[in-house]
Design a protein around this ligand. Structure first.
Ligand SMILES: [Zn+2]
Length: 83
């Protein structure tokens, strides 16, 4: 096994998300960076704070974007746990 392979394997390894906090999953986890970016972009466009419920509830599309993101993360985790 070459050193290059080890580096690659580590970079692509899962960060043990199932044992992480919800905060990690929704706000930090690199696995969901794309989903988070979409949500943050929309909220930025609407001038809302992407993780403050009180802020999200002011605009329906922002709230929907948040629940969509959460659902996508949760269904991905379920898939992950079933494999
Ligand atoms: Zn993670």
């Amino acid at each position: 096994m070459s050193p290059g392979y080890l580096v690659h394997a580590h970079a692509g390894s899962r960060d043990n998300c199932t044992s992480q906090t919800v905060d990690h999953l929704f706000r930090e986890c690199p696995r969901f960076g794309k989903l988070r970016l979409d949500h943050e972009f929309l909220c930025g466009h609407l001038g809302l704070s992407p993780y403050l419920l009180r802020s999200l509830m002011r605009k329906r599309p922002a709230l929907k974007s948040y629940t969509d993101m959460v659902n996508s993360i949760l269904s991905d985790l379920k898939k992950f746990n079933n494999t």
